[in-house]
Design a protein around this ligand. Structure first.
Ligand code: ATP
Ligand code: MG
Length: 480
């Protein structure tokens, strides 16, 4: 009776279904089934093949082969395939996946499936692209274009970055040195939310070429990083450059004679670069001679670059924007304002994890209390104390507590703790200030005082010595 009841049959069917599913996924049989299914599906399609040989008929390297190889190696389907080769890349510790002869890789483009197969062993090698005839007209050209775009991006990321500095007479031009700053978004202590906002802002900027062109705008994005000394502004610029794979042009305005020289310097910058002016507030406060307001603002607008219209990121750093003419910061001129505050407890914990390898500690509650009372120090100051005592996390945390108690009084007040501001310049802020920001900076003592308190060591870029290779450092102005 019970065996013929419909409920029993449904339950049995579900159980069998679940058992098959578990067996398929647990044992990997699912891959065999998928493979068979693909073969079955392929019986109903006619494919057209395109061969990409490694060398052309004159035995010269076929550049397309290299680009396609790079492209295929970046596909996740390479990782998912049955087997592949692992070889060392150009950089130390880099491991790349390399197609094996006869390995088949699938890719999807505009809803169509394409297949790549590597052919040949020791001698000449080929990559064969198979496209369904029915899809060929629709996707072949855009697909090859897409490969070029992705290969360009990968190349950009792989190449060695350069840091350019403007040098004095007689050269009056950019001088390049290798850019090897190790800072990345991961090493910077910052609210995770803000970090991912900046990353996605940069990513969407990179993809927006057509959009900017349609609007008749120069394809650039300008960032203002502002906050007390030692809060990570310069490190953040380096992290941005590393993230984008862009060269850095570090412009020292005090070395620029006049507006026309500034224009020439801007024209000499290359596309895909980050152009940085550090401590702009200090430069403007010194009432510069030679450079005019319009000269600087035209530079900020990247007006001259409209001729080439290639992507550039501009970054300006300031300790405070209180005394800066709002015209410099108006929406359009500065797109994104990012506030770099002194440490709060969250930032302290991030630093403790990176510098001391400590995620939790019995002294943390005491540290939290002190932060809550309004005391604060910059990440640079806390970082220095941790580095100096890195062999003993307890000693390091105690030294931070002492420093916070003796010297950090009220320094957190007025900087809003970790209320880090990210604001798109075209909006008004909560505070109603043009340009937008979330926090003011009242209560932050002079940078000089902070430095005196801790005498924290910081590599100066010594812009006035032409042999310097350090990007991470303040300009001569910072010492005030
Ligand atoms: N938010 C942070 N996260 C991690 N490390 C930081 C942070 N802020 C500062 N540091 C460390 O402190 C040092 C100084 O930081 P950095 O030069 O970036 O500060 P800054 O804001 O540019 O200072 P200044 O205004 O004086 O130029 C760097 O070595 C960096 O590693
Ligand atoms: Mg700096």
């Amino acid at each position: 009776m019970i065996l013929s009841s419909p409920i029993f049959l449904v339950v049995v069917t579900i159980c069998i279904f679940v058992a098959i599913r578990v067996a398929l996924y647990r044992t990997g049989l699912v891959y065999i089934v998928k493979k068979w299914w693909r073969r079955f599906e392929d019986c109903f399609h006619v494919y057209q093949s395109f061969k990409v040989p490694e060398y052309n008929e004159s035995m010269q390297e076929n550049q397309l082969y290299g680009r396609v190889t790079d492209y295929l190696n970046s596909l996740t389907s390479v990782e998912d395939s049955d087997f592949t080769n692992l070889v060392t890349g150009k950089k130390p510790n880099e491991i790349v996946l390399l197609l094996d002869p006869n390995q088949i890789i699938e890719d999807n483009f505009l809803g169509a499936k394409v297949i790549w197969q590597a052919e040949g062993g020791g001698g000449s090698k080929n990559l064969v692209l198979k496209v369904r005839k029915a899809d060929k007209r629709r996707i072949l050209r855009p697909y090859l274009q897409h490969i070029h775009v992705v290969a360009d991006e990968l190349e950009q990321k792989k190449r060695e970055l350069k840091l350019y500095m403007n040098v004095d007479a007689p050269d009056r031009a950019w001088k390049p040195v290798p850019f090897t700053h190790p800072s990345t978004f991961e090493t910077i202590s910052m609210e995770p939310d803000l970090k991912s906002k900046v990353k996605s802002d940069l990513e969407s900027f990179l993809k927006a070429k057509q959009y900017y062109h349609r609007l008749g705008r120069v394809w650039k994005r300008s960032f203002l990083l502002y906050g007390p000394s030692g809060t990570g502004k310069s490190s953040f610029v380096a992290a941005m450059a590393n993230f984008l794979g862009y060269d850095v042009y570090d412009l020292d305005l005090s070395r620029v004679k006049d507006d026309s020289e500034l224009k020439i310097l801007l024209l000499q910058t290359t596309k895909k670069s980050v152009i940085v002016i550090e401590d702009l507030d200090r430069y403007l406060a010194e009432k510069p001679v030679g450079l005019s307001f319009s000269g600087i603002s035209n530079f900020m607008d990247g007006l001259l670059n409209s001729c080439c219209a290639e992507e550039r990121v501009m970054v300006f750093t300031m300790n405070s924007k209180d005394h800066v003419d709002p015209a410099f910061l108006r929406p359009g001129r500065i797109d994104v304002h990012i506030h770099f505050p002194l440490c709060d407890f969250g930032a302290f914990k991030h630093l403790a994890t990176s510098y001391l390898g400590v995620k939790e500690h019995k002294l943390f509650s005491q540290v939290e209390e002190i932060f809550l009372s309004g005391s604060s120090l910059s990440p640079a100051e806390i970082g220095e104390l941790m580095i100096a005592n890195r062999n003993s996390p307890s000693r390091a945390i105690k030294s931070v507590i002492t420093a916070l108690q003796t010297d950090g009084d009220r320094r957190g007040a007025g900087v809003c703790g970790r209320r880090v501001g990210f604001d798109v310049g075209s909006r008004k802020s909560e505070s109603g200030e043009p340009g937008g920001m979330f926090c003011g900076e009242g209560g932050v003592p002079a940078v000089r005082d902070i430095r005196k308190l801790y005498g924290f060591l910081r590599m100066k870029s010594s812009r006035h010595s032409s042999h310097s290779q350090s990007f991470d450092g303040g300009s001569p102005h910072t010492e005030g």
